[in-house]
Ligand binder design. Structure first.
Ligand code: TRP
Length: 334
């Protein structure tokens, strides 16, 4: 029997190149060999967007189309919406007894998210909700509802998976061996830097290329990408290792071309404008089949709906089985 994989994504915006190379590409490889549950984590997205439900609603559809366009195969992956599986919410309640508030506050991912919020809103943490603090518990429910054995995520998610493992161990030690401890399956391409060289890529930073960006937008973004600041004139030799244009060439261009770009750049035989133009062409080439596939889904919303219905149905059956076992273990199987 195939092992079960579970991962999730928050529907808070369209997918960008960072998502594609940092996550999707890995998922697309894995979908052939595993029983793969891919959750659109709308409930988790609401933990810090509870006052903006339209945003989450709109992006559920957007992200599903982006995923399908990227190459997620609905014949192989159970693509489902978190809120449609109430068993996840039930598990969250049961697990919430097994984790202390201070442990959640010490979770490194949560801790840094809280720090970011404080920086943004300049408060002393008063606005940190119970739901937000508890989202790792709900994420543990996401994983264990399907007996997820492997969780393909970026390294930033490690503390959340570790938290899940602790909850599983605690559950099993109190109620008897019931749940499986999941393991992380890290993506090779860790985090993709933004066009400005920032370690993080995102909408608010304006440094991301989205899978849905049109050619004009891509043109503008790549033309303003950060290059070696020490290169002043077109034929100055430069250091490609500090250049974001070269960094992106390595993502979408072939190896021999990249080697050539690197050598020419170091010699001063390559201007940045030409190099950017070549990157724009390669980026458009790379995105063309993705956009083509996306168009088919955009023109057929019924199909997207059907895919989600099917995936959600599969997920629901699996979660129903699991909740029975859990309730039996807790002796609430009346
Ligand atoms: N927290 C993850 C993120 O922000 C998304 C997610 C939700 C997830 N549920 C999950 C990841 C379950 C792995 C397993 O990227």
């Amino acid at each position: 029997m195939k092992k079960t994989i579970l991962t999730g994504i928050r529907p808070t915006g369209n997918l960008h190149i960072g998502h594609y190379f940092g996550a999707c590409q890995n998922w697309i490889r894995l979908q052939n060999d595993y029983d793969f549950y891919l959750e659109i984590a709308d409930v988790q997205a609401l933990t810090d967007n509870f006052n903006n439900p339209e945003k989450v609603r709109k992006n559920v559809n957007e992200i599903v189309m982006d995923l399908l366009a990227s190459g997620i195969d609905p014949e192989k992956v159970h693509l489902f919406i978190q809120s449609r599986i109430p068993e996840i919410a039930e598990l969250t309640v049961f697990y919430s007894n097994l984790v202390t508030v201070s442990r959640l506050q010490r979770n490194p991912t949560v801790k840094s998210e809280i720090a970011q919020k404080k920086e943004l809103f300049g408060n002393d943490g008063e606005s940190i909700t119970y739901g937000f603090l508890g989202y790792p518990v709900s994420q543990a429910a996401d994983i264990t509802a399907f007996d997820g054995e492997l969780v393909p995520v970026g390294e930033d998610q490690n503390p959340l998976i570790e938290q899940c493992r602790e909850i599983v161990r605690k559950f099993n030690s109190i109620y008897g061996e019931t749940l499986k401890e999941p393991e992380c399956l890290f993506t090779e391409n860790k985090r993709i830097k933004g066009l400005d060289g920032n370690e993080k890529m995102g909408k608010s930073l304006g440094n991301a290329i989205y899978l849905v960006d049109d050619e004009e937008t891509i043109n503008k973004k790549i033309m303003s990408a950060v290059t070696d600041p020490n290169k002043i004139k077109k034929d100055d030799p430069a250091n490609p290792d500090v250049c974001m244009v070269y960094y992106y060439h390595k993502l979408v261009n072939d190896k021999p071309s990249c080697e050539n770009i690197c050598a020419e750049c170091k010699k001063g035989a390559r201007g940045c404008v030409q190099c950017k133009r070549e990157l724009i062409a390669k980026m458009n080439e790379f995105l063309a089949p993705i956009k083509e596939r996306r168009k088919q889904y955009e023109n057929n919303p019924e199909l997207v709906k059907q895919i989600l219905e099917k995936g959600t149905h599969d997920a629901k059956l699996r979660a129903e089985e699991q909740i029975k076992k859990v309730k039996h273990a807790i002796k609430i199987d009346y």
